[in-house]
Design a protein around this ligand. Structure first.
Ligand SMILES: *Cc1c(COP(=O)(O)O)cnc(C)c1O
Length: 368
């Protein structure tokens, strides 16, 4: 038994996917389940996504794709971040669509098996992965040759936004027009581009012009807004992080709390010990800033967040060892959300859920 539990509501996850479908009704839907499904647990989330009728799953690494196949997953699946020596043969054999971001990578994929399914990634301005400028010209030419020879099957062309979470950012229009030109270039070279895709959650919600054939939905499917500036009122958080008080004590005014004594009580109060810390992926930068949910309202974290535990101030509330504490969840019972923790920790809500690690158990609610 773990000291702390992540409760994942699969019914809510499926409801979120359905709500997001309505934003891009004419596009295929890819559920992005990389990084352990943003902390929610890849295999149950992937199964729920398939059950909800998503058209594709997306992951970053080859290993994530192979792990999904090993779990029995069969449908369309794209991976996009490989290094030299990546297990392309296994991926091709497992019917995974592999992304090529350059000519050398394309050749490595082409050599890996029988007519690999390849998607071509163009860098439209994020300057991360993907082929840029003359590299894209070369990738298009190589893909056209290999496709013509029947060596590969090009199944898609895609790119990724830099600032979709800032809908008015000029990068969005720019990247979209670069993408359109790249798709045209591929078609002019005689390659049927397959599925064309550019949008993540934020673009799926705010930018219909970017939907093309498919939208790649990550954060919003987990019920978290891509950014406070991009609210998605139709979705609700899927994950609740909770535990119970491991200790409770009454302390006098002047008592100091946790490493470094970075907080001292200015009055008599009740402290509760919460048995999770940065070993569970709780951000230490939220020390003295975050709150937890307790008995229908919030209690502040006091002092430094430790590896295994943190301390909350329960004031004069009645509290017993074993009482429920909710670190974050949908907010229904007054508890903070992942966004509240992000604000306290100085980061984004993506990182709050994705960093969850270590000694949690995961419990799944809703039909598996
Ligand atoms: C993570 C990721 C996504 C999903 O982005 P969200 O903002 O979580 O919707 C989409 N596409 C790519 C390439 C990604 O790496």
């Amino acid at each position: 038994m773990s000291n702390a539990e992540l409760v994942v509501d699969l019914d809510q996850y499926r409801a979120n996917l359905a709500a997001l479908r309505a934003y891009a009704p004419d596009a295929l839907q890819m559920a992005v389940v990389k990084a352990n499904a943003y902390g929610h647990g890849t295999v149950p989330i992937a199964r729920a996504a398939r059950g909800a009728g998503v058209d594709w799953l997306g992951v970053a690494t080859p290993q994530e794709a192979l792990d999904l196949r090993a779990s029995g997953d069969r449908g369309p699946l794209l991976c996009w971040l490989a290094i030299p020596g990546a297990p392309f043969a296994e991926l091709v054999d497992a019917d995974v669509d592999v992304t090529a971001s350059g000519v050398d990578q394309l050749h490595a994929i082409a050599a890996a098996g029988e007519r690999p399914r390849v998607q071509l990634k163009v860098d439209t301005g994020l300057s991360r992965n993907g082929a840029f400028g003359p590299q894209w010209d070369a990738l298009v030419a190589a893909a056209a040759r290999l496709q013509e020879a029947g060596t590969i099957e090009v199944t898609g062309v895609w790119s990724h936004f830099a600032s979709a979470d800032e809908p008015d950012h000029p990068a969005n229009d720019h990247q979209e027009s670069v993408f359109r030109a790249a798709v045209d270039q591929l078609a002019s070279a005689g390659v049927d581009p397959g599925v064309r895709h550019l949008a993540n959650s934020a673009a799926a919600v705010t930018r219909p012009s970017s939907h093309f054939d498919l939208v790649r939905i990550g954060i919003a499917s987990y019920g978290i807004d891509p950014d406070p500036a991009v609210p998605v009122p139709e979705v609700r958080p899927v994950l609740t992080a909770r535990t119970v008080l491991a200790n409770v004590k009454r302390v006098p005014a002047g008592a100091s709390v946790s490493y470094g004594w970075r907080w001292s009580a200015d009055r008599e109060t009740t402290l509760g010990l919460v048995p999770v810390g940065y070993g569970e992926g709780i951000h230490r930068t939220a020390s003295n800033r975050a709150e937890v949910g307790f008995a229908g309202s919030r209690a502040p974290v006091r002092g430094t967040i430790c590896m295994d535990q943190l301390v909350v101030d329960l004031g004069d509330r009645t509290a017993r060892i074993g009482d429920r504490v909710t670190l974050f969840g949908p907010g229904d019972d007054g508890e903070p959300t992942a966004q509240d923790w992000a604000d306290a920790a100085g980061t984004i809500a993506y990182e709050i859920v994705t960093r969850l690690a270590g000694r949690w158990s995961r419990t799944y609610r809703g039909e598996r």
